[in-house]
Design a protein around this ligand. Structure first.
Ligand SMILES: [Zn+2]
Length: 319
């Protein structure tokens, strides 16, 4: 029996691509999200994976373009359902949010069949995701600079928290942000439906970052092996987890000069960055309020007073 997603349909041992229709564009032509189905030669679980939920986050798409040519359905047990580009409209114009309704897709899950453009896309993709035993929603730290990490968003009191952490550990970027996310995230709607879900955040780039994409491909292959879609075992490595996130803004206007590197451990009182004038004269130095891991920074050096500069992952442990 074949497995279908939109117009993609694969019998055991096959891979097929197609389109998942979600309404029409302003000129009346159909909006079809690019989708794929990989039906393994042997029976097994179902994995759902999607990319480009945020239209400017392309590393996940880079992962899919490299992962699937290397996957032979003859070697796979189970089914992989893929939506390659979720935020169709934002992707066309290389923006973060869907320009049709100015909405962030990852606040619209589980979606609404007769809702706004984003709600309809969320609904259609969530229907596909709900058929799976595991969900992987490939993101990145937008166009900021960020470490590679995996987010578990259901919150520590959720009944699926442990399963989500296990999935994050299998993906294995080395860092996990374990913090309940805002309403409307797929990584919250999935667990509420009883499906372990992770949100890998593959660095942060404008366009494609090859090292983060490589990490993402490895992460997907590790998940496929760990959950029995591919043969072989995975050596699980300890992950560093942060359960909080301190954000730092600039106290003055000027140019940011970072004093630590992404991924560095910082102690309370360590200097994170200086803000200089155009002639390199330091106007202010900003130190860490709390110990943690230097997690994310703005990309451009120029800042106004109060503008976002960087984040430190806090309350860290390993698991
Ligand atoms: Zn994102």
């Amino acid at each position: 029996m074949s497995t279908t997603l939109g117009t993609a349909s694969a019998a055991p041992g096959e891979f097929d691509t197609g389109r998942l229709e979600v309404g029409e564009t302003r000129d009346g032509s159909p909006v079809g999200l690019p989708v794929a189905v990989l039906e393994g030669a042997d029976d097994g679980d179902t994995l759902y994976v999607q990319a480009v939920s945020d239209g400017d986050e392309l590393n996940g798409l880079g992962v899919l373009t490299r992962l699937f040519p290397r996957l032979d359905p003859a070697d796979v047990s189970g089914t992989i359902l893929v939506v390659g580009i979720v935020n169709y409209h934002a992707f066309q114009v290389a923006e973060h949010r869907n320009p049709i309704d100015d909405t962030k897709m990852n606040r619209a899950y589980p979606g609404e069949e007769t809702g706004t453009s984003s709600e309809r896309i969320a609904h259609a993709t969530f229907e596909a995701a709900s058929r799976a035993d595991l969900i992987v929603d490939l993101h990145q730290g937008s166009t900021s600079r960020m470490i590679d990490e995996v987010r578990v968003r259901c919150g520590p009191r959720h009944r699926l928290h442990r399963e989500c952490l296990d999935l994050a550990k299998a993906f294995g970027t080395g860092h996990v942000l374990d913090q309940k996310g805002p309403d409307g995230q797929l990584a919250r709607a999935g667990p509420d439906e009883g499906i372990p879900t992770i949100d890998p955040e593959l660095g942060g780039a404008v366009g494609w970052d090859q090292s983060s994409i490589r990490r993402g491909v490895e992460g997907m292959q590790r998940v496929l092996r760990h959950y029995g879609f591919l043969s072989g075992s995975v050596e699980l490595e300890r992950q560093t987890r942060a359960t909080g996130f301190d954000q730092y803004g600039s106290p003055v206007g000027g140019l940011v000069d970072f004093q630590v590197e992404l991924g560095d451990r910082v102690s309370r009182g360590d200097e994170l960055f200086a803000v200089t004038d155009p002639f390199g004269q330091v106007r202010r130095r900003v130190t860490a309020d709390e110990a943690g891991i230097f997690w994310r920074t703005r990309r451009l050096p120029q800042v106004a007073t109060g503008e976002y500069v960087c984040s430190v992952g806090t309350d860290t442990d390993t698991f």
